[in-house]
Design a protein around this ligand. Structure first.
Ligand code: FAD
Length: 307
């Protein structure tokens, strides 16, 4: 595959160059703001995010109609921001194939060719499952996307197993099939570096060598962490649980504990040679900046983001 994009006489590095290159990538996830105030906060934060030189920024896709439209709007807005390469999350749950084709065609018309292909989950506040779409699994969505144009496609990895999966080896098999069709993967968040490295060993033993970016989160609220962990299957180590509980009476200390946990995990992962770090930013620019600053020795200065 030609990883270089021609722009005039210059060859520009793509995401895949970064993920296969000598230096780790740095990327983050944002969600589309839900209120005008949150939207204003995000607009103010964009220049700070650009300063981090992220390899890419991925934008989540919600379960409901209006939040889905907001994903499209934010992705297209970021696509025109110098220094930010957006990846649009897209889920197949609750969508017909015709709708998915139309969404992909709209992205192509807007010049967006980077997608994170997912099955989808209900929002955190809901216990109800999402209605099925015509495609049951993310791997089918990868096939559809690849057939619709020159897309770079990332998929979700679940190092501790997908919570709905009853058989870890079957889950691994489905994941490897999915990643084989896609370009790279981003993991669900986890809290122990061994979780990632053991998972990578299992994937590599299936002869799949595509990049798998570890996703990390700075836990700053116990209730949402517990809810998210139930949904994602991530095990919260007792020591982290105790540290967060011990700091729970003071939001400032709680945030510090969460960010320090994320930094320590990121450093251990980078020392172990991961292809990059993907931060579930929860739209907290301050925490993301702090994490990036604390791992700066792993990144050569002056490196540009991908195109
Ligand atoms: P799949 O890969 O389809 O797997 C789902 C389950 O089906 C697994 O148990 C798997 O083992 C099983 N399976 C897969 N293929 C087969 C098959 N052929 N036969 C039988 N069983 C099979 N959710 C959102 O709603 N919006 C988002 O923006 C979003 N972003 C995310 C980003 C990342 C990086 C991650 C890790 C997760 C994200 N999620 C998001 C959550 C995700 O949608 C859920 O984890 C969802 O439950 C599964 O999605 P998946 O793409 O991994 O599904």
């Amino acid at each position: 595959m030609d990883n270089w994009r021609q722009e005039g006489k210059t060859r520009v590095m793509t995401v895949m160059d970064h993920l296969r290159g000598p230096w780790p990538s740095f990327s983050l996830e944002l969600w589309p703001p839900r209120t005008p105030q949150a939207s204003a906060r995000l607009s103010t934060a964009i220049p700070q995010l650009v300063d981090l030189k992220p390899t890419f920024v991925s934008i989540t896709y919600g379960a409901g109609g209006s939040t889905r439209e907001r994903t499209h709007e934010l992705v297209v807005e970021l696509a025109s921001t110098q220094g930010i390469l957006p990846f649009a999350h897209l889920s197949c749950a609750a969508h017909s194939v015709a709708e998915l084709r139309e969404i992909l065609a709209r992205y192509l018309r807007a010049g967006v060719t980077n997608i994170v292909a997912l099955r989808g989950d209900p929002p955190l506040a809901s216990d109800l499952p999402l209605p099925d779409g015509e495609l049951l699994f993310a791997s089918q969505l990868v096939d559809l996307i690849k057939g619709c144009g020159p897309f770079t496609v990332a998929v979700a990895a679940h190092p501790e197993g997908h919570p709905q999966s009853k058989d870890l080896s079957e889950d691994l098999h489905h994941f490897c099939e999915k990643l084989d069709k896609a370009d790279f993967a981003i993991t669900q968040f986890f809290f122990r570096a061994e979780t990632y490295f053991e998972f990578i060993d299992k994937v590599r033993s299936q002869n799949i060598d595509k990049p798998i970016l570890p996703g990390i989160i700075a836990p700053t609220s116990i209730s949402s962490l517990v809810k998210m962990s139930e949904l994602s299957g991530a095990v919260i180590p007792q020591a982290l649980r105790d540290a967060l509980m011990g700091a729970s009476s003071d939001p400032h200390t709680l945030r510090k504990v969460g960010v320090e946990a994320a930094i320590s995990l990121a450093r251990e992962l980078l020392e172990g040679g991961v292809p990059g770090i993907h931060v579930y930013s929860m739209n907290s620019t301050a925490s993301t900046v702090e994490i990036r600053e604390a791992i700066k020795e792993f990144y050569p200065s002056g490196r540009d983001s991908a195109s």
